[in-house]
Design a protein around this ligand. Structure first.
Ligand code: FAD
Ligand code: NAD
Length: 396
């Protein structure tokens, strides 16, 4: 009998959870990912902002998917051809019977001229390293040219990514200033937000707590200020003001991986493929789509926001439904369980809402630490928890 060919694309939160579920069910599959490791996107602001070295923030795919039935292929997906049951990769085509697309997101630039060319992003291990190195390099060169733009960092967007990054930077920069002997009084982190408020997904009191924590740490937070144009080391605002900085970072939002739109799948306004209650593409019943690539309508009638917790839950669910399908069992509708939102503002402060209860300060940080441990445990049990926590102690 021919073996059913299951192909999973992307080893982020959605793809990893699909793969782990399939592995645990003894179901053979191939996982294609552009790297041979899985990085913890939800924590990238930490190493980008100098909290730890990068090693604790990624794991070798073979260290998680250890069974012979799990095939991992490091490859770049270049085209989806669902009408041919085929995916094109850099090293050739792959045919499948069932496909799980978990290719994550792409930055949303909203057509702002120059943003793509001149701003750094926080979205992968590589981009997090770029941010970290760029800031350190700028501080290191300050003594050569005394150019104060070396010491200014502009972060566009005060959603959760922007706020978490600024919180982290605020804790790291005094240490970095000391290391390079630069005058800390001249160091500036400017966080620009177009909307009248930061973090609209959180209750007003938590937004206020986050705002005041950022300001206390010295972050210059400007709301109601839209970036309209970016040039080399220069950001233009809707007010006509211009800010100059050696480091410009964009955290202004995401849309789905563009491969989905190119495959002519039915997508929403953010390019995410529409899925039904079972996480199957509305266009192809043998294609499941999960995570930031998927547009799933939640219980409130709105599409789920792109989050790691939704991606992980969808990944697990898609794998289970796929197995149901292989065993001719009925598929089960996906229900998202909202476990809450937690944002760190530096290592020792956070805000969040978990199970209907607000958490502010150290309690939110501790809850966030607990969720990290839970995730590591899910990836590889106590072995993985010990491995990654051990690495935290060492700085590069
Ligand atoms: P991803 O995790 O992005 O994974 C996609 C994978 O596909 C990646 O491994 C990528 O390398 C691979 N890939 C992409 N294109 C190709 C290709 N062409 N070929 C091969 N492989 C490819 N969410 C939360 O719920 N809680 C949080 O605390 C949280 N914190 C965050 C903090 C930061 C700084 C950021 C940036 C995001 C955070 N998020 C958080 C959002 C969360 O990270 C994303 O929603 C989540 O990563 C989406 O999971 P995914 O599996 O859909 O995609
Ligand atoms: P986002 O879309 O949530 O926030 C982007 C922010 O940029 C918005 O507040 C927007 O108003 C602002 N913006 C857009 N255009 C602008 C402009 N021209 N000038 C200035 N500001 C502008 O994006 P994100 O923060 O990257 O989050 C993406 C997804 O990842 C969300 O679903 C979020 O919930 C999730 N996430 C979760 C966490 C967490 O749970 N701790 C952390 C990071 C991201």
């Amino acid at each position: 009998m021919e073996m059913t060919r299951i192909l999973v694309l992307g080893a982020g939160y959605g793809g990893m959870m699909t793969a782990i579920e399939l592995e645990q069910a003894g179901q053979p599959f191939t996982l294609v990912n552009k790297h041979d490791y899985h990085y913890f996107t939800t924590l990238l602001h930490e190493p980008a902002g100098g909290r730890h070295a990068f090693e604790p923030y990624y794991v070798d795919l073979h260290d998680v998917l250890r069974r012979d039935t799990s095939h991992v292929r490091k490859d770049l997906v270049i085209e989806l051809r669902p009408y041919e049951n085929r995916v094109l990769t850099q090293s050739g085509p792959i045919d499948y019977d069932y496909l799980v697309i978990a290719l994550g997101n792409a930055p949303e630039f909203f057509g702002i001229p120059g943003m793509q060319e001149h701003a750094l992003l926080l979205r992968s291990l590589q981009t997090a390293r770029q941010i970290n190195r760029q800031i350190e390099q700028a501080f290191a060169t300050y003594h050569q040219d005394q150019d104060e733009r070396n010491l200014r960092i502009i972060v566009g967007g005060a959603g959760l990514t922007g706020v978490e990054l600024c919180g982290e930077l605020a804790d790291w920069l005094p240490e970095l200033a000391g290391k390079y002997g630069v005058p800390f009084a001249k160091v500036e982190v400017v966080n620009l937000e177009a909307a009248p408020t930061i973090l609209p997904m959180l209750p007003v009191e938590l937004r206020a707590a986050a705002e005041s924590a950022l300001r206390q740490k010295g972050v210059k937070l400007l709301t109601g200020v839209a970036i309209t144009k970016v040039r080399h080391e220069r950001v233009e605002l809707h007010t006509g003001d211009v800010l100059e900085a050696k480091t410009i970072i964009w955290t202004g939002g995401v849309r789905a991986n563009p491969l989905l739109e190119k495959a002519c799948l039915t997508t929403d306004s953010r390019g995410r493929a529409l899925v039904d209650a079972y996480l199957q593409s509305v266009d192809f019943a043998n294609v499941f789509v999960v995570g930031d690539s998927a547009s799933f309508t939640g219980a409130d009638g709105a599409p789920l926001p792109p989050t790691g917790q939704a991606a992980a839950q969808m990944g697990e669910w898609a794998a289970r439904n796929l197995i149901n399908r292989l065993h001719n069992r009925p598929l089960e509708p996906f229900h998202f369980v909202n476990r809450g939102t937690l944002a760190s503002i530096g290592p020792e402060f956070g805000v969040g809402r978990v199970q209907g209860v607000n958490a502010v300060g150290v309690s939110a940080s501790l809850l966030k630490e607990a969720s990290k441990l839970k995730y590591l445990f899910r990836l590889g049990g106590l072995r993985m928890v010990k491995q990654k926590r051990g690495q935290l102690k060492r700085k590069e």
